[in-house]
Design a protein around this ligand. Structure first.
Ligand code: G3I
Length: 377
């Protein structure tokens, strides 16, 4: 009786001890960059390392092999007044990336936003002449690209040159200060100057919503013709001899984007002989346009179903990228975690605010491992 009780007690104790043991830690997830090795680079955006925690930097090193500076290489911060350059943050970033074996994607040289007004004013405040504007843009590009020659892998040479609502009959160029000052050939010139400054850097045109002709805002879908306009623009750049290697589809998407359109756009750009990047990827778990809520934080609560749907959308997108891996050079997420995102209220990334993997991360890794896109029962 005593023996039986002892045995039972021992079993009970060992069961309790087993149950009390913490569950074996889940196998660490493979890093995104390793999951897609040999297919395309996987990147993130951030002005690292200053202001980033050790945990954030460890996450970056584990997951990404290329980084785009989110803000610090833009014209406003690098060149706030004529002849005054500020390279403190970009220099630190380039060094940190090199120390950690991570490539750098330069962003951006000619843009309508985050560019100081002095570029467009003559000496007495009058509108700048074409010649002076060309000289200034050329100097800017030669100085910035030249400084990082051989160290920055490629550049978004021109950013967001196409306007939002056109109709697709024309290039529908945004009437930016660069168009006003120089004319539509500012794009070809910018590519030529960037190539002169670093002949080995890859040079891309970068824009949002160029994967679609209809905006997928379910409340007010609108024909924009933006993809068709992008084809007209890219054909012109190629015809005019711009040294362009590829096109960056920014990829600021949401749960209801048309993924067939994304694939068609990739195929169309392939037909022009261009490489393709997804350059600023995020998929909002709420909201239905390519912009952000007015405030960075404090979005409405998001349901688990929405995060599941977000995972499905990411899986479908990476399935497309996988199938086009021969022409895809890079897929870059626009930020490292939901907390850091410009659309943080819409929780668009694959790591949450505490750097924990979201369902979207697992869904993407499943695609990398050869599983098929999940379909609803
Ligand atoms: O650094 C200043 C800080 O000193 C100041 O106190 C604070 C007050 O608002 O502003 C800070 O600057 C902000 C900067 O981000 C750095 O956080 C700017 O206001 C803010 O406008 C800027 O937003 C950036 C935005 O580009 C500017 O257009 C976002 O971080 C950046 O994610 C976003 O990135 C763009 C791509 O370059 C191009 N494609 C679209 C994408 C999303 O808008």
């Amino acid at each position: 009786m005593f023996v039986a009780c002892t045995i039972l007690a021992t079993i009970a104790l060992s069961q309790t001890a087993d149950e009390a043991k913490p569950a074996a830690p889940a196998a660490p997830l493979i890093g995104l960059k390793d999951a897609f090795a040999g297919k395309f680079l996987v990147g993130t955006a951030g002005d690292v390392p200053r202001g980033y925690s050790e945990a954030e930097l460890a996450n970056v090193k584990a997951n990404y092999n290329i980084i785009t500076p989110e803000n610090c290489m833009k014209p406003q911060p690098t060149h706030p007044s004529e002849g005054t350059y500020n390279f403190t943050t970009p220099d630190a970033m380039v060094k940190w990336c090199e120390d950690n074996g991570i490539k750098i994607w330069g962003h951006t040289l000619a843009w309508h936003a985050q560019t100081a007004n002095w570029f467009f004013q003559g000496t007495n405040g009058e509108p700048v002449t074409r010649e002076l504007a060309m000289e200034r843009l050329s100097n800017h590009i030669h100085t910035v690209v030249g400084r990082y020659k051989g160290r920055v892998y490629g550049w978004d040479v021109v950013n967001e040159a196409i306007n939002d609502r056109g109709g697709g009959e024309t290039e529908n160029l945004r009437n930016s200060n660069w168009v006003k000052a120089i004319g539509p050939d500012y794009l070809t010139l910018a590519f030529k100057w960037a190539h002169e400054a670093d002949p080995n850097a890859l040079l891309y045109y970068n824009d949002y919503n160029i994967d679609q002709d209809t905006n997928y805002d379910r409340a007010t879908p609108q024909y924009s013709g933006k993809h068709t306009s992008s084809m007209l623009l890219l054909k012109r750049l190629i015809k005019d001899g711009a040294p362009i290697n590829g096109v960056g589809i920014q990829g600021h998407w949401h749960l209801y984007n048309n993924i067939d359109d994304v694939e068609k756009a990739i195929s169309d750009y392939e037909s022009l002989g261009l490489k393709i990047s997804i350059s600023e990827l995020d998929v909002t778990a709420t909201g239905e346009n390519s912009g952000a809520f007015p405030t960075r934080g404090g979005g409405e609560p998001i349901t688990p179903e929405a995060f599941q749907k977000q995972a499905e959308v990411y899986a479908k997108l990476f399935d497309v990228f996988n199938r086009h891996a021969k022409s895809m050079s890079r897929v870059t997420f626009w930020g490292i975690s939901d907390r850091r995102s410009w659309r943080s209220g819409q929780r668009p990334l694959v790591f949450d605010g505490q750097l924990q993997p979201k369902p979207a991360l697992k869904a993407i890794l499943d695609i990398a491992a050869g599983k098929s896109v999940p379909t609803k029962p």
